[in-house]
Design a protein around this ligand. Sequence first.
Ligand code: 26V
Length: 704
Amino acid sequence: MNVLNEPESNTGSLEFLQKSQLGMDSESLLADLSRYYTRMLGRRTLRTDTPFLYQALVYALRDRLMERWNDTNIVLERDKARRAHYLSMEYLMGRLLHNALYSLDAVGASSDALEALGVELALVEEAEHDAGLGNGGLGRLAACFLDSCATLGLPMIGYGLRYQYGMFRQKIVDGFQIEEPDLWLRDGFPWEIQRLELARTIRFGGHTQIIQDPDRGERHMLVDTRDVLAVPYDVPVPGYRNGVVNTLRLWSAEATDEFDLEEFNAGSYTEAVEAKTAAENISMVLYPNTATESGHELRLKQQYFLASASLQDVLADWHKRYGEDLTEFASRNCFQLNDTHPAVAVAELMRLLMDEHGLSWDSAWHITRSCMAYTNHTLLPEALETWPVPLFERLLPRIMEIIYEINARFLDEVSIHWPGDNARMRRMSLIDENGGRSVRMAYLAIVGSYSVNGVAALHSRLLTEGLFRDFAELWPEKFNNKTNGVTQRRWLAACNAPLSRLITDTIGDRWVTDLDLLEGLREHVNDTDFRERWRAAKLANKQRLADMVLERTGLALDTSMLFDVQVKRIHEYKRQLLNVLHAIHLYDRIRRGHDEGLVPRAIIIGGKAAPGYVMAKNFIKLIGNVARVINNDPAMRGKLQMVFYPDYNVTAMEAICAAADLSEQISTAGKEASGTGNMKFMMNGAITIGTLDGANVEIREAVG
Ligand code: 26V
């Protein structure tokens, strides 16, 4: 379907809703904003309290989004086209206010409304806490896809977890990284709508019982489980000026009443409360991506919780719309697995279809394999998830049985294809028999999917030649590439106003939804006026970043210098160390007076290190030490500066990518799956220095 192409005539209650739309002018916005501020939030004097003004503005806006949200859902309910369900443990959304205003074309009107109160919109926007429910590239990619699908009018819903604590905040103390909890929900999250009526029960532990069903024969039932409630919170995802609002549905874990009651009846009050906490722990914290963090029971619980709640949600909706007949289910639904994190969904869908909906193995497997798709985001072997079999058996006994059965049938297929090749069987088995036995989640995802993709041309090729070679030989048609992308709405139009204005003045505004049109700038590269405005835009952005750096670190950056920027997670393969060695080399050259031809340069590095990644944390300390030596040496004045930007996040990147002159993309070739920061810098007019890795290869082909 395309929500945008709905015929006018078939709208039913939709017409009524559209007629009732709230005004988007500054007067009606101001009226609603003031009402929320005084009556709902109970504040008396306007203008003083920006956090409450922020909340009031969001409520006023949410009312307007809600109309479009309902409209979109009405169209969706009627529509029979295939729906995409993005299953992701991470959504790195950043701030939502500016994006919503921009999508609704209400920046000007809100700005005027607030001006009437003597408050600047930018100040109110500053009150919003980043929704940092992700580690880095993988989570931000999910957020960009949400924006693009809504803008394209595609029926896509994002499923994720509503962590109480998002990505940790990074403090730098004596040059060392200190992690602080990110209490992003403390002041509330005014965008979300709790949907208690759609809560699902998720069952852990217990054991399977086989019962004889008179109609269907043998049936597997889970008994004696420990149940947790999954409560959804919906966040609106507005498309760009098209009336579409899609949904991000985040699950929060709560204790079930039954669970508490059982303990109460046994007379153990404290145990009951403990059980409640244990249930709520499931969605408590986002795991930072350290290899050493893997293998945690809680993480597997999170994965199953997400997979089961989301699949139950989709199946319940299916039954509401079409009844028990699942024949068309796979042609109307697909599930995109964002890395292996939600891969347990393959076995969970089998369980739901067989045990809860009475399908045979063959029918269930046919459906599952036709609607699951898997995106791989890394070639690093240490990042490939495996789970110990004993843990699986204890936590998800029925799921483990199903995985064994999937494996047995799959290995039969392998042995037909390669008779007698036992080494290959061992290599391809879903169960790794080396050391303690463990489940290979990537293999489960491949076997259970109709599509497996990498995230850049090089990466996808390396997958089929290396990591997944056996599987690509067996099923070549399954493997494909989908090079990553980023939304130009957030990463150019909204975050870089001066450049955005210049581009629109030059080629019109259609590039906001069709990035290829930037090609049209080529014919203006020698236009003096264009070049002057380009430089002025860059300088203004550099000043904005310099102000932020001054506020956060006390260092005054010289905006006439080349801003040489590397921001991303700190990792050995990303080679921040190479960047530091270059800084030391420049320092040495300047000290020795060998600095002829050197462009004055400010080196800016930012990023978080996983809390357990000692080497990465040492890099941060090193960067700080080298920066101190450089910045305190009078010989470097006007020639070299260096700074570590603390607590790098989505909001920081919005200012940073607009201000960069040089973008550092220097990963060890073959290690960075794609990169997406590289794209953000490139579309803001920075030059890239990089290795031929990930999407750098394709960016170079595109831009020369
Ligand atoms: C792994 C783990 C392991 C255990 C605990 C939590 C956790 C969380 C995340 C990960 C894997 C992260 C993989 C990732 O972010 N890959 C990046 O994906 C980007 C989007 O495709 C891509 O641009 C980057 O090159 C790639 O590094």
